[in-house]
Ligand binder design. Structure first.
Ligand code: ATP
Length: 246
């Protein structure tokens, strides 16, 4: 059958501080049940795109000045992040953002503020099934866990809201290759077994295109290439400039 579109970003422009034009008309779609990669180098506009979707630009003095953002047919550009979570969309910010002084489990529980007690209990079990490391570390203070465990904790915390779509910003950042592999494998399992859809901003093109179904490549605030991940992996320009195979 036809794939259902969850998220539709149409030709958005983002300006910081009223003058700095950073996104120059970005369009992308996130299909239900897919993993979509948003690729590009440092400063290409990946984080800005995710923040535009979750309405997190205000704190950065940024604003969407053109275009539209639609989730399940509704305009969502004016919803605050908490309302978006209730609609099923949650962002995991770059840099992990766990509460360092709380335990791993307390961190996970902070993600369940929209859920009932029974749902929270069920959510914890689900998170621990996918992240056995978090279960082992559940009573540890998050600030003393490894970078990989903190990234897992941030994803686990988002999962506690039972999102339909997760916007994941640079999950590989600062992690050893083996851990990056482990985290992307868990993402794939969540996608296949729980039906969670992902939009993943990544500089690590290689790993992202191995796990994603489709991808978009941003350069200086514009989408310069898009398509199924398997096609992008075989594209000569992608090979040369993004996969280091030139
Ligand atoms: P990175 O992987 O480094 O986060 P990115 O692709 O996510 O890169 P963005 O963080 O979206 O890129 O940044 C895009 C551009 O916007 C960069 O040139 C950056 O300097 C600029 N920018 C980001 N935040 C602000 C801000 N608050 N004020 C002004 N310019 C900003």
């Amino acid at each position: 059958g036809k794939t259902e579109t969850l998220l539709e970003v149409n030709n958005i422009e983002v300006i910081y501080n009223h003058v700095i034009l950073v996104l120059k008309g970005v369009s992308l779609t996130v299909p239900k049940g897919g993993i979509t990669a948003l690729l590009g180098g440092n400063g290409a506009g990946k984080t800005t795109t995710l923040k535009a979707i979750s309405n997190l630009l205000q704190a950065e003095r940024g604003e969407v000045t053109k275009g539209s953002i639609i989730y399940r047919g509704d305009h969502v550009a004016d919803l605050n992040p908490a309302d978006l979570v209730r609609r099923g969309v949650i962002q995991v910010m770059e840099g992990r953002h766990c509460f360092e002084h709380l335990t791993v489990e307390e961190n996970l529980l902070t993600g369940a503020y929209t859920r009932s007690k029974a749902e929270t209990k069920e959510g914890l079990e689900m998170v621990y099934t996918y992240f056995p490391r978090l279960k082992e570390r559940r009573t540890s203070q998050a600030g003393y866990t490894s970078g990989g465990e903190q990234q897992m904790c941030a994803i686990g915390r988002a999962l506690m809201a039972r999102p339909e779509t997760i916007l994941l910003d640079e999950p590989s950042m600062g992690l050893a290759p083996q851990l990056v592999e482990e985290i992307f494998t868990i993402v794939k399992n969540l996608n296949e077994q729980e039906g969670v859809s992902f939009l993943i901003a990544e500089q690590n093109t290689n790993v992202a295109l191995r796990f994603a179904h489709q991808g978009y490549i941003l350069e200086s605030g514009r989408v310069v290439m898009e398509g199924p991940a398997a096609e992008l992996r075989e594209n000569p320009d992608v090979k040369e400039f993004y996969l280091g195979m030139g």
